[in-house]
Design a protein around this ligand. Structure first.
Ligand code: KG4
Ligand code: ZN
Length: 376
C-alpha cells in the first residue's frame, strides 16, 4: 500500500488574516487542460475581487499539428511553463503578502493537473503558506463573481471544449447539476466538425467565421434531445450527420459555408432549448450566466441572451478571459473557501474525475464524457 504523506502541519489561517479578515490575497494556479495560468487575486469583503495580476499561456500552437489536444503534450507544456506563469504574476512582489495558494486539483487531464497541483504544494511548503485544492468546475461556476456582484442562486451554462453543463449555483459549495453531455462537449463538437471541414484547431472560431457567409437553412441537421424532459446534451449525432453531408454533398466553398452555418444553428437551437427549459424550471434564479469558450460565439450568445430576456432574467456573459480557463477563477474559488476556514492537506491528490454534484453523478453514472477523458 502506498505510504501517505503526513498532513500539512496545522496552519492557523486566522493568523494570516487576523489583521484584516476581510482582505485575502490568493495565488491561483490552473493547469487542468491546455492553458497554463497563474493569477494573484485580492478578495475583499464588500467589493468585487481585485485581479491584481494574471497570466495565461495558451498551448494552441503545440496541439495544432495534431488537430486536437494531446494529453501528454499538454502535461509537458505545463511542466515547462508553470513556473514562468507564477513568476509573471509575482514579479517583484513579496511572497509574504500571499495568504493562501490555490490550485486546480481536478477534474481534468491528470498529467497537467498533477503539474500545477504539485507546484502549488511545493510553494506551500517552501513558503509555509496554507494550500487549498480547487475543483475546476466550481471555479467556472464562481468565476462570474470576478466581474459581477450577484446573489445566489443563479443558473450557469458552461460550454467549452471539455464541459457542457447546466448548473444551478445555489450557494458557495452547493451546486446542482441539471444537465450535462452524454457524449461530446459542445466545443468538442465544434472542433471535430471544423476538422472535418478542413479548418484549423481550435475549430470553433474558424467555424463561426466560415458560417458567417453560409445559408443555415440549406442542410437539414438533427437537434438531439430537443423538446424532451431531460436537460442533458448530446452532440455526437449532430457531428455524425454533418460528417455524412461532408462525405456526400460538399464540393464548393459555398457548400462548406452553408454546412458550417447549419451546424452552428443546430448547436444554437440545442443550447437554447435546454436553457429555456432550465430557466422555466428554476424561477428563483437571479441571473443566467453563460461561460466557456463556446459562449464566445456571437450567434449562440445572442440567442441565449434572448432566452433570458424572454423569461425576464438578467443574462450575464463575463469577460472572455474569465469565461475560458484561467487562474483568477481558481484563486477566487480557493479564497472563498479559505475565508470560511477550509484548507487542504498535502496528500490531496490530483483527480481526473471530480463531480461537483455527487448526487447527479450517481443518478446518471453513464452521463458526462467528452474529449478530455472521463469527466465530472
Ligand atoms: O473554455 P475554453 O477556452 O477551454 C476549454 O475547453 O476548457 O473553450 C475552448 C473551446 C474550443 O472547443 C473552441 O473551439 C470553442 O471553445 N470556441 C468556440 C468559439 N471560440 C472558442 N466555439 C464556437 N464559436 C466560437 N467563437
Ligand atoms: Zn474549463
Amino acid at each position: 500500500m502506498a505510504r501517505r504523506l503526513a498532513p500539512l502541519p496545522a496552519y492557523d489561517y486566522r493568523r494570516a488574516v487576523s489583521k484584516n479578515p476581510s482582505s485575502l490575497r490568493v495565488l491561483g494556479i490552473e493547469t487542468s487542460c491546455d492553458d497554463t495560468a497563474a493569477a494573484l487575486v485580492h478578495l475583499r469583503a464588500t467589493e468585487l475581487p481585485e485581479v491584481v495580476a494574471e497570466h495565461v499561456t495558451r498551448q494552441d500552437a503545440a496541439h495544432a499539428p495534431y488537430g486536437g489536444i494531446v494529453p501528454e503534450i499538454a502535461a509537458r507544456e505545463h511542466a515547462a511553463l508553470v513556473d514562468q506563469a507564477v513568476e509573471a504574476v509575482m514579479q517583484r512582489r513579496n511572497w509574504a503578502g500571499i495568504d493562501v495558494i490555490a490550485a486546480t486539483a481536478g477534474p481534468g487531464l491528470i498529467g497537467g493537473v498533477m503539474v500545477g497541483l504539485n507546484f502549488a504544494k511545493g510553494l506551500s511548503v517552501a513558503l509555509s503558506k496554507p494550500f487549498i485544492a480547487v475543483n475546476h468546475l466550481e471555479a467556472h461556476a464562481l468565476s462570474v463573481q470576478l466581474s459581477h456582484q450577484l446573489a445566489y442562486p443563479y443558473l450557469l451554462l458552461l460550454v467549452s471544449g471539455g464541459h457542457s453543463q447546466l448548473l444551478r449555483v445555489t450557494d458557495l459549495g452547493e451546486y446542482q447539476r441539471l444537465g450535462s453531455t452524454i457524449d461530446d462537449a459542445a466545443g468538442e463538437a465544434f472542433d471535430k466538425t471544423a476538422k472535418l471541414l478542413g479548418l484549423p484547431h481550435p475549430g470553433g472560431p474558424a467555424l463561426e467565421q466560415l458560417a458567417a457567409s453560409g445559408d443555415e437553412t440549406r442542410f437539414a441537421l438533427p437537434r438531439p434531445l430537443s423538446g424532451g424532459d431531460r436537460l442533458d446534451f448530446s452532440f455526437a449525432g449532430l457531428k455524425t450527420a454533418t460528417a455524412r453531408y461532408i462525405a456526400r454533398d460538399i464540393h464548393t466553398d459555398q457548400d462548406r459555408a452553408d454546412l458550417a452555418a447549419g451546424f452552428q444553428r443546430a448547436m444554437t437551437d440545442c443550447l437554447v432549448d435546454r436553457a429555456a427549459r432550465a430557466l422555466a424550471a428554476q424561477p428563483d434564479v437571479t441571473a443566467f450566466v453563460a461561460a466557456g469558450g463556446v459562449a464566445a460565439n456571437r450567434t449562440i450568445r445572442t440567442a441565449l441572451e434572448a432566452v433570458a430576456t424572454a423569461q425576464g432574467i438578467d443574462f450575464i456573459a463575463p469577460p472572455m478571459r474569465w469565461c475560458t480557463d484561467n487562474a483568477a477563477m481558481v484563486a477566487l474559488a480557493g479564497g472563498l473557501h479559505f475565508a470560511k476556514g477550509r484548507q487542504s492537506d498535502l496528500d490531496t491528490g490530483a483527480r481526473a474525475r471530480w463531480p461537483l454534484d455527487a448526487q447527479a453523478a450517481s443518478r446518471a453514472p453513464s452521463i458526462g464524457s467528452g474529449r478530455k477523458g472521463p469527466k465530472a
